[in-house]
Design a protein around this ligand. Structure first.
Ligand code: HEC
Ligand code: HEC
Length: 216
């Protein structure tokens, strides 16, 4: 009887010890997983999945397509070098010169959303619409206008210039609401040179093959 009691105790202890070990290991795994996730945000070239198919030729070739879209008026008009957005096929300065403002949503009473509604307004020369219509903020202007393919490729993957985006966020940006808005222009305006599906494919091919910049 006594022996049995002792045995029971030993077994109970053993179970407690193994349970503790399992719990500790779980906590450790969770912790290291977490640090991996956070530190990944500081890198652009995320190892594993993205690096194994590095191919500079495919990457640069895909970027040529990406660049043709970025420089099209539907995208560039919102990525001007100054603080006034651009308009139309010739990317002239926006009439009435609304200004970027700190958050990109306009300055003082001249807010983008005063005129740009959640949807395109009907009619020729009516403002195109999107619930989030604005320029990049003044501390991170994300300028496309005037940039060469070489300059823009480098700028796009630099977290200090791209809105702190890592590889995952860059890939996701292909489906951003304002990017999609480029393919829903106001009446009478041309679409970007390739379809959104082709753009997205080229964007991901460029990034996943090493995000190479074309020669200057
Ligand atoms: C209504 C204005 C607007 C339009 C139109 C627009 N963008 Fe942007 N874009 C922004 C804003 C604002 C940001 C910053 C927000 C963010 O980073 O999420 C941005 C950020 C970006 C970025 C990230 C910046 C970087 O350096 O990586 C990319 C890439 C981009 N836009 C591509 C496009 C493409 C492609 C189109 C056209 C198909 C387009 N944009 C059309 C306003 C616009
Ligand atoms: C007073 C009204 C008004 C305000 C304020 C305004 N816009 Fe516009 N915007 C328009 C109109 C109208 C058009 C279309 C013009 C045309 O087609 O001739 C337009 C067109 C544009 C275009 C061109 C789109 C394209 O596909 O070529 C961009 C980009 C743009 N606005 C950005 C902005 C941003 C960013 C702000 C805020 C900083 C802003 N606008 C503030 C009225 C306004």
């Amino acid at each position: 009887m006594k022996n049995k009691e002792i045995n029971k105790n030993v077994i109970l202890k053993k179970i407690t010890v193994s349970l503790t070990v399992v719990l500790l290991m779980g906590a450790l795994t969770a912790f290291s997983y977490n640090t991996k996730l956070t530190s990944a945000n500081n890198y652009i070239r995320v190892p594993d999945a993205t690096q194994k198919k590095k191919d500079s030729v495919a990457s640069v070739k895909a970027f040529a397509k990406v660049y043709s879209v970025l420089m099209s008026p539907r995208c560039m008009n919102c990525h001007p070098k100054g603080d006034v957005p651009l308009q139309g096929e010739d990317s002239h300065l926006h009439t009435m010169q609304p200004k970027r403002g700190k958050d990109g949503k306009g300055l003082y009473a001249m807010k983008c959303a005063n005129c740009h509604q959640p949807e395109n307004s009907p009619g020729l020369h009516a403002p195109p619409g999107n619930p989030n219509w604005h320029l990049p903020p003044s501390d991170m202007k994300m300028v496309f206008e005037g940039r060469t393919a070489h300059q823009l490729a480098k700028q796009l993957i630099d977290p200090k210039q791209n809105g702190h985006k890592d590889m995952k966020k860059l890939i996701e940006h292909a489906d951003d609401g304002l990017v999609l808005a480029g393919w829903k222009p106001a009446e009478g305006y041309a679409l970007p040179p390739i379809s959104h599906a082709e753009f997205k494919k080229a964007w991901i091919t460029w990034l996943e093959n090493g995000a190479y910049a074309p020669k200057p």
